[in-house]
Design a protein. Structure first.
Length: 290
């Protein structure tokens, strides 16, 4: 029987080596345990020899518990060396936003959070500038201004990590946080921080990239959202966006169009992450977008 109350589903995610029977062991248990599968995605990577699966399901047993599920499934998963995670429907990830002076991504995330498009909690905003404090206060979110210089960088980053621990943060979003993180900081945030940056072809780096792009007659602007690692702007990619432009776009127009793409791309990346649609596969990602 199908569920008729449109309740938010439980989410099951798992990965393991590519072995015959991986789909069967999961779906068979779901059926035997009385869990109605509403959505299922799986992928077997023939290159890495890894298998990935994501299931949304509704328990039909009113006495369903995560503890019982994990205990019963453990013996079956062990045969496949399978690692899995069960996410409760009511769980809202606690997200810290790091930002500098550009407010377009922060504004967009706060709006989507306020309207329920992003099912997250935002208990803290951290910045190396004071400029966006009023925006945070309007949303009744604590705002920490932590200035940074070459000399104070180790102390400033240590203070950020303390705040992440204090607020029990599960995910960090760099919403145009215009600082290069130290190797130590990248290690602290490995796998639990998402960054957004422009994607212009060819690659224009340094100051005023959109003005550089305009001078070369760029024909597209884009954005890339990725996990943070110690390779500057080269972590595993989660989402990308692109828009075409032409000769009628002046530098200011390119900036505006680029910021639009950044907003949507960052939102998609966060949504994929919190909905457990992203799997790390070496330096790449597997994304079950829909």
């Amino acid at each position: 029987m199908t569920s008729t109350n449109h309740a938010k589903p439980w989410i099951f995610t798992a990965s393991c080596p590519s072995i015959l029977g991986t789909v069967d062991v999961v779906t068979r248990y779901m059926a035997e345990a009385g869990n109605y599968v509403e959505e299922i995605h799986s992928f077997d990577d023939s290159e890495s020899k890894n298998f990935f699966i994501r299931i949304e399901f509704q328990p039909q047993n009113e006495n369903f518990s995560a503890e019982q599920f994990n205990a019963e499934f453990a013996s079956r998963a062990a045969e496949f060396d399978m690692e899995w995670q069960l996410t409760e429907p009511q769980h809202r990830q606690r997200v810290a936003i790091l930002v500098s002076k550009y407010d377009h991504c922060l504004n967009d995330l706060l709006y989507r959070h306020r309207t329920g498009q992003l099912n997250i909690e935002i208990p803290v905003i951290i910045s190396n500038h004071p400029d966006l404090k009023e925006l945070a206060e309007w949303h009744d979110i604590p705002y920490y201004h932590l200035p940074i210089s070459a000399e104070t960088k180790p102390y400033q980053e240590a203070e950020i990590v303390k705040l992440l621990d204090q607020y029990d943060i599960e995910l960090v979003v760099l919403a145009r946080y215009m600082q290069v993180l130290s190797p130590w900081m990248c290690e602290q945030l490995n796998g639990k921080a998402i960054n957004i940056h422009h994607s212009l072809l060819p690659g224009f780096k340094g100051a005023r990239p959109y003005h550089q792009a305009w001078e070369k007659g760029v024909k597209m602007v884009g954005a890339t959202a990725h996990y943070v690692n110690n390779d500057l702007d080269e972590g595993p990619i989660i989402a990308q966006g692109i828009q075409t432009v032409d000769h009628a776009y002046y530098p200011e127009d390119l900036v505006s169009k680029g910021q639009d793409v950044e907003r949507v791309t960052l939102f998609n990346a966060i949504r994929y992450h919190i909905e457990k649609r992203v799997f790390l596969n070496g330096s790449r990602t597997v994304i079950f977008s829909h």
